[in-house]
Ligand binder design. Structure first.
Ligand SMILES: [Zn+2]
Ligand SMILES: [Zn+2]
Length: 267
């Protein structure tokens, strides 16, 4: 069993053929897909997708790119929608100092606020950190994010950062970029992170792994990332699939072990 812990199925790239994309995922062994709604206009559609497919679950929040759009009603709407049984985490939230689509001061403020909201909602958080490692870590610590824990998605920090996040109970999620030729430094870091703290994700439609680099990414391609992780860790494909699946069930707080009496589509 494989799981794609992070994708964006509501994006326009999937408008034409979402049924086929989800079918292909199933045929490749991807039993569950988590799709992330990053801004107000997408939340309802994300929930609709999650309710249309038994294999799809939802994550809702405001992405750092959209932090400047948060207004008086945003958190009221999120409080309401996040009560839906298909919502398994709050996110993605965090800091993106690479593209800076929202002013940094606003990103920092909204990141802090949303950690607070996730704790109130009793949901784990999905953290987006791009070129803001130090600030991300500082906020996770000062806002006591260990109380909700969650996932550092598309991890791009160094081993010390991974260690600090794992110490707060976070999982480290590995995207398709690990398969790229120039990813040696990243692969060396991942080698040191124990499997019990690792997840895999596509972040589809972005970041397609080799041999699809540059094309639209989709959940069925998660197997290339799992395969690369198996090579790096010198273990079998099945071992990585099993461990990352268990970790997903743990972090999203499903009530039972996926390999022990699973009731499909009913947890
Ligand atoms: Zn992200
Ligand atoms: Zn994402």
């Amino acid at each position: 069993m494989l799981i794609d812990s992070h994708s964006h199925l509501e994006m326009p790239e999937f408008k034409r053929d979402l049924d086929e994309v989800i079918q292909r995922a199933k045929e490749s062994g991807v039993e569950y897909i988590f799709t992330v709604g990053t801004e107000k206009k997408d939340w309802k559609m994300v929930l609709e997708i999650a309710h249309s497919y038994s294999s799809v679950y939802a994550i809702l929040g405001v992405h750092p790119h959209n932090a400047k759009e948060i207004d008086g009603e945003s958190y009221t709407i999120l409080r309401e929608l996040c009560r839906d049984e298909k919502v398994k985490a709050y996110g993605e939230i965090g800091l993106d100092f690479y593209r800076n689509l929202s002013p940094r001061e606003i990103q920092l403020k909204r990141f802090r606020e949303q950690i607070g909201l996730a704790k109130e909602l009793k949901l784990p958080i999905v953290v987006h950190d791009r070129e803001a490692h130090q600030e991300t870590l500082e906020i996770l610590k000062s806002e006591k994010a260990a109380e909700c824990s969650g996932i550092i998605h598309c991890f791009s920090g160094d081993y010390e950062m991974a260690r600090a996040c794992m110490d707060m109970g976070f999982y480290i999620s590995i995207p398709g970029g690990i398969t790229f030729k120039n990813a040696e430094r990243f692969q060396e870091i991942v080698k040191r992170i124990p499997l019990k703290s690792l997840l895999v994700e596509t972040d589809a439609p972005f970041l397609a792994p080799v041999p699809f680099r540059g094309k639209r990414n989709e959940p069925s391609y998660i197997r290339y990332t799992v395969q690369k992780l198996a090579e790096i860790k010198k273990v079998s494909f099945e071992k990585v699939a099993e461990m990352t699946t268990k970790n997903v069930f743990r972090v999203y707080r499903f009530k039972f072990d996926p390999f022990d009496g699973i009731r499909r589509g009913n947890f």
